[in-house]
Design a protein around this ligand. Sequence first.
Ligand code: AN7
Length: 350
Amino acid sequence: MESWPGVIERYGALIDLPPEAPPITLLEGGTPLVPAPRLAAELGADALYVKFEGLNPSGSFKDRGMTVAVSEALHRGARAIVCASTGNTAASAAAYAARAGVSCLVLVPQGKVAAGKLAGAIAYGAQVVQVEGSFDDALRLVREVSQRAPLALVNSINPYRLEGQKTAAFEICDALGRAPDWLALPVGNAGNITAYWMGFRLYHDQRRTGLPRLLGVQAAGAAPLVLGHAVDHPETVATAIRIGRPARGEQALEAAEESDGCIISVPDEAILAAQRDLAGEGLWVEPASAAGLAGMRAQVQAGRLSLRGKSVVCVCTGHGLKDPDIITSSFPAPRLIPPTMAALRDLLGL
Ligand code: AN7
């Protein structure tokens, strides 16, 4: 079998990127669609799959969009890129900037970025700046600075990000041979749900597959699209989606509606429970990534939805390794014993 070539090479004809732009790639995409039969049974679904996006090169789905955005920026002559981020965009931008040999500036909300994301951005060599404020403050600043300085903005307001991210929809359809009945995913800045809809629509327009219904899921403390207004001080354990003014909010609402789906919110406890249950299937994802499953479960439990005979894909957007603290801080430290069999026997009650 040929090795996976990255999303630009694989889906180039369907991606709006100047064909003469040399791809800056880390061979992102090609992530597994893992069946989770126990979760399917619990929800009464015919089948449930996890699109495990944490297996991308920098550990999240952002790499799909970053390969296209950075390739396009370089093709235009950019020598530096910039983004605001709750963490994953920062790590991804830093990785692709490193790959391209250009510099990268990232602005993150102070103290609210998971350890693995901050470490990643630093490891790849980005200049990381903390902002005394939220992601939304950071996004406002980078929008402005990218107009004043020669810095290419690679947040998902950059359309090339969506061009890359829509490839995840193609992969799902290619793997299943059809579109799933439901696609559930977390919603933060709302770029990803918009991109998925673009991807599904494109395959549908080409008469390759049907269309799924979309379930976008926000955290209750950061749910502007459910409340219908901006949230000034978003708060959630799922720091990736701790966003109060989603840049693509309108498009996300349109996508959900067009698909005959919806955007809902779930409390942090439901997100953490879903994270535990996914880990119980051998799939350790970061908290935000569990929101899709948490939302599906909430809809089913409330009787708003029956999944009988239906197939569901939950998009798990980032790897659990991104946020180790959320796990270690809620469990006691592992027991410490002297290096003797007596001590181990004692501990195990043998
Ligand atoms: C794991 O990195 O916004 O709705 O700055 O990291 O497209 O924003 C991350 C978002 C879901 C939400 N899951 O996607 C950032 C950032 C994970 C994420 C989302 C994010 P969008």
